[in-house]
Design a protein around this ligand. Sequence first.
Ligand code: SF4
Ligand code: SF4
Length: 160
Amino acid sequence: MLLCWMIRAKMREHIQELEMELTDSLPAFSCVLCARCCRGKIVALYGRDLERLSGLGDCHVTTSPEERSLTGARRKMRMENGACVFLGEGRCLHYERRPDTCRRHPFLVSGRNKLVASTCPGVDWSNQGKEGNHHALSEGIAPGIDRYLANRKGRGSTKP
Ligand code: SF4
Ligand code: SF4
């Protein structure tokens, strides 16, 4: 079993421009509450996110065409001074209503690919994790990410 995990762990590719590791098996994870994922990120919003955020004020903005092509999202969380507008004293002020993008972080699990944020200090590559409900939480972004990775592979490129 351990040997099996070590072999799988070698099958990792760093996708530099996405700051993510492409893997075939998810590592273990335990959040250390660093709030790094709340700063300088595109927090894409989908239908159920917008319903959850309803009534919470001017907290989201339009995505750029490039962001929309990758994420499939028309809206994203608004950032101020590089941080999400919901971030206060290192904590999410509306944690129960946070978007799916935040709920699944640091994982993005589509039908074809498994990605892990390379900047998250809570990831433990020495142990194996579970996929849980990451498929459901990633379903908004999955088509765009799968398309992007397929095109990237086709180009044989390490650049977007
Ligand atoms: S970057 Fe990772 S460890 Fe830090 S708050 Fe986000 S999920 Fe938790
Ligand atoms: S909504 Fe909350 S968890 Fe998500 S990026 Fe903003 S502050 Fe962080």
